[in-house]
Design a protein around this ligand. Structure first.
Ligand SMILES: Nc1ncnc2c1ncn2[C@@H]1O[C@H](COP(=O)(O)OP(=O)(O)OP(=O)(O)O)[C@@H](O)[C@H]1O
Length: 318
C-alpha cells in the first residue's frame, strides 16, 4: 500500500539574528525507506521534531520531497493529488473536520457531497459507524457542544465515510477517558481488520501502539532507526526486570552476590536482573526466608524514553 524509498526532505531555515540573517538547510527527513501492506496498522514514533509530520505531509501529497520515490496504492501523492486525496482519511486529535455549528449528522451529510459518496453507501456507513462508535446520542448535537471523546468518535466516522484505503491518525486518544479510549482503539482495529484500511498512527501514547500496532517505526533526527515489532524493541532495549521481595524479618545484609540491589529498607528489598526470573528467585529464597515476592517487567514507556534520551538506536545506524 505504501512504498517509500530513500525519501529525503529538507527546509531552508533562517539562522542568526535579525540583523545578520543567514539561511541554512534543515534536513527534516533523511534517506527514509519503508513499506506498509494493506490493512496493516503501524505506529510511527519519534520525539518532537523527529520528522514524523514531514513524512506524513509527503505521504498525503502536501509536500514534495527533495529526493526519493513514494507511492501510495501505486500513485505518487504529489503528482496525483486529486485521486490520491480521495483515498485518504485523516484524524488529528487536536483538530476537527466537523463544522463547528452544525449537528454531526449535517456535517456527515456535507462530507458526503464533498467526497461524492453514493447515497446507499453513505447510509450503510453512517449506520455502521453509529453502531460501532455509539454516535446515536449526539448525531443531532453541534460539534462545538460535543465532549472530546464524542468529537473524536464523530471525527473518525467523518474520516471513513468515503471508504478511504489509508487512514492517518495523529494522537487519536489524547485527552480521552478510559472508556472512550478503548472504544476508539477497538474501532480502529476493526476498521483495519474488516475493511482492509491501512493505518499509520503517530502518537506519544505507547498504550495505543501496544494495543493497535504490533509494528513500530521509530524516527529521530530525520533518520529511520527502527522498523520492527514492538516486542522485539522491548526485548532488545527493555532494560532490567525487577523483583521486589518482602523478607520475613529485616535481613542483616540485603545484598546478594550476582544480583543488583536497587533499594532496601525494613523487610523490603528490590533487585534488578536480566532474563528468566528462576535463577534470581532461587538466590533470594536461599538468602533468607521470604514472605512475598513480585516480579515487575520494564514498561514500554520507560524503554522508549531510554531509547530517545540515550540515543540507543543511533549507535546501530552510524
Ligand atoms: N516548513 C518548515 N520549515 C522549516 N523547518 C521545518 C518545517 N517543517 C518542519 N521543519 C523542521 O523539520 C524537523 C522535523 O519536523 P517534523 O514536524 O516533521 O517533526 P515531528 O516528528 O512531526 O515533531 P512533533 O512530534 O513535534 O510534531 C524539525 O526540526 C522542524 O523544525
Amino acid at each position: 500500500m505504501i512504498e517509500v524509498q530513500h525519501l529525503s526532505k529538507s527546509f531552508r531555515v533562517r539562522q542568526g539574528g535579525l540583523l545578520s540573517p543567514a539561511t541554512g538547510i534543515m534536513t527534516a527527513v533523511r534517506d527514509v525507506s519503508f513499506s506498509v501492506g494493506r490493512g496493516e496498522i503501524v505506529g510511527y514514533l519519534g520525539p518532537n521534531g523527529a520528522g514524523k509530520s514531514t513524512t506524513i505531509k509527503v505521504l498525503t501529497g502536501l509536500l514534495v520531497p527533495d529526493s526519493g520515490e513514494v507511492t501510495v496504492g501505486g500513485l505518487t501523492p504529489w503528482k496525483h493529488r486529486r485521486e490520491h486525496v480521495a483515498r485518504l482519511g485523516a484524524v488529528f486529535g487536536q483538530r476537527t473536520t466537523l463544522w463547528w455549528d452544525l449537528p454531526v449528522r449535517e456535517s456527515l451529510e456535507l462530507l458526503r457531497h464533498v467526497y461524492r459518496v453514493p447515497e446507499g453507501r453513505f447510509r450503510e456507513n453512517v449506520a455502521l459507524f453509529t453502531d460501532l462508535l455509539d454516535l446515536g446520542p449526539f448525531l443531532n448535537t453541534p460539534a462545538r457542544s460535543l465532549s472530546l471523546g464524542q468529537r473524536m468518535r464523530a471525527d473518525l466516522a467523518a474520516a471513513l465515510l468515503h471508504d478511504p484505503e489509508l487512514l492517518f491518525l495523529d494522537e487519536p486518544t489524547v485527552g480521552l477517558d478510559v472508556i472512550a479510549r478503548e472504544r476508539v482503539r477497538e474501532f480502529v482495529a476493526h476498521t483495519a481488520r474488516e475493511r482492509g484500511v491501512t493505518v499509520l498512527l503517530t502518537t506519544h501514547d505507547l498504550t495505543d501502539v501496544q494495543r493497535l500496532a504490533g509494528r513500530v517505526m521509530i524516527i529521530d533526527h530525520g533518520q529511520l532507526l527502527f522498523d520492527g515489532q514492538l516486542n522485539d524493541l522491548q526485548a532488545r532495549y527493555g532494560g532490567a526486570r525487577e523483583v521486589q521481595v518482602d523478607y520475613e524479618t529485616p535481613p542483616a545484609d540485603p545484598r546478594i552476590p550476582g544480583l543488583e540491589l536497587l533499594s532496601a529498607g525494613g523487610v523490603r528489598a528490590v533487585y534488578a536482573f536480566h532474563g528468566p526470573a528462576a535463577a534470581p528467585i532461587a538466590l533470594i529464597t536461599a538468602h533468607a526466608p521470604i514472605r512475598d515476592l513480585t516480579v515487575r517487567e520494564p514498561d514500554i514507556d520507560t524503554t522508549v524514553r531510554r531509547i530517545y534520551e540515550q540515543d540507543l538506536l543511533h549507535a546501530g545506524v552510524r
